[in-house]
Ligand binder design. Structure first.
Ligand code: 5GP
Ligand code: MN
Length: 340
């Protein structure tokens, strides 16, 4: 599906939809990251300026390193409050779906969204968006959903509503989905960043809070992953880090503790494909990253029931850890030319 922007007519329709105070709910994907949380909070602040009643619903809990985000505790968590969240969706006039491309990314909440008669607006940058919404603002070239939220405010002609809290939230998604502007960027990413800086956000503070906030346990886990759990397959320019259930126990790994580990593999010269594979209570989760033309989205979609972006995707398998690693190694020749 080609990139879809909003037509002038759709923009007018959305403006009309938002012209009088409504009950609005904002949904984002399971295991929300900086982009999911940043875009949701930014949109919430924006909509509240028009006197809408806004609720953010997260399918599952957020990583602790985002605890610093203002108002994050106001987000409702479906895993903790099933019925309350379902009721909010039921009573909503408008549902925004941010940073996900299909309803199966929000678990059982997808059913509530499907049943709802609310107007649905999807804003997202993942490949292959499913057409479940009334309005689709999807651009797979965008660095982040936060970048699209910034564009959305401008498209509505309401950019004057971007205050410091909104700017901080948008900047959070810009830097987390681009690794501080190292990948996925396009000219608009920098324009948005410049615009936010002009509006007075403290970008140094945000970078520091987000990227220099590991605790000792997390840093030791990174050391363990690199020293003891890393395998390099030079022939296929691939690095793998695999963590076992025992590692989860030994390092008391919690939500967010493993964030970013996969990227270290791509720091190795010559490595083009990185897999971070971890054994969880019922499934094995994979985080895949690549450089250049290798599409990890294709690998995730074809072999691990997942998806995402060309150079950053994820998936899962109901199998033993060693079998998942074997499956991943087996398909490598289909995606990477061997070193001669
Ligand atoms: P991460 O590896 O950081 O969890 O995710 C990388 C990218 O892949 C994100 O854009 C995320 O939304 C997507 N992703 C991660 N896991 C899955 C999955 O199981 N299914 C799909 N469709 N996308 C995923
Ligand atoms: Mn994103």
């Amino acid at each position: 599906m080609p990139n879809v922007s909003l037509s002038q007519q759709e923009i007018e329709q959305i403006k009309q939809l938002l012209a009088v105070p409504k009950a609005i709910c904002i949904l984002t994907h399971r295991n929300p990251d900086g982009d999911a949380l940043g875009s949701s909070l930014a949109l919430k602040y924006f909509l509240e300026k028009f006197n809408h009643t806004v609720k953010v619903i997260l399918p599952s809990e957020y990583p602790l390193n985002f605890q610093f985000m203002k108002d994050i505790d106001d987000c409702m968590v479906f895993d903790l409050k099933h019925d309350e969240c379902r009721n909010v969706i039921k009573k909503s006039d408008v549902i925004f779906c941010l940073d996900f491309n299909s309803l199966d990314r929000i678990d059982k909440l997808g059913l509530s969204v499907q049943e709802s008669k609310a107007k649905k607006i999807l804003i997202d940058h993942h490949l292959d968006p499913e057409p479940f919404a009334d309005f689709i603002f999807s651009d797979t070239q965008a660095s982040s959903t936060c970048e699209l939220i910034h564009r959305f405010f401008y498209l509505l002609g309401e950019e004057s509503k971007i205050d410091l809290a909104t700017g901080d939230a948008i900047f959070t998604g810009l830097i987390t989905d681009t690794g501080s502007f190292k990948y996925n960027t396009n000219p608009y990413t920098y324009k948005a960043a410049a615009d936010l800086k002009e509006r007075g956000i403290d970008d140094y503070d945000l970078q520091d809070r987000i990227f220099n906030s590991l605790n000792e346990k997390q840093l030791r886990l990174l050391g363990h992953s690199l020293a003891n759990r890393m395998e390099i397959i030079h022939e296929y320019k691939t690095g793998i880090i695999a963590l076992t259930k025992q590692d989860y126990f030994d390092y008391e790994i919690q939500r967010g503790d493993t964030e970013g580990i996969v990227n270290f593999l791509l720091m190795l010269k010559g490595i083009k494909l990185a897999a971070f594979i971890r054994e969880q209570p019922t499934i094995v989760k994979l985080s895949l990253r690549s450089k250049g033309d290798i599409s990890v989205q294709e690998i995730a979609r074809t072999h691990f029931n997942g998806g995402g972006h060309k150079n950053a995707s994820g998936g899962a398998a109901y199998a033993k850890l060693e079998d998942v690693i074997k499956r991943f190694k087996k398909v490598l020749p289909n995606y990477v030319d061997p070193v001669k």
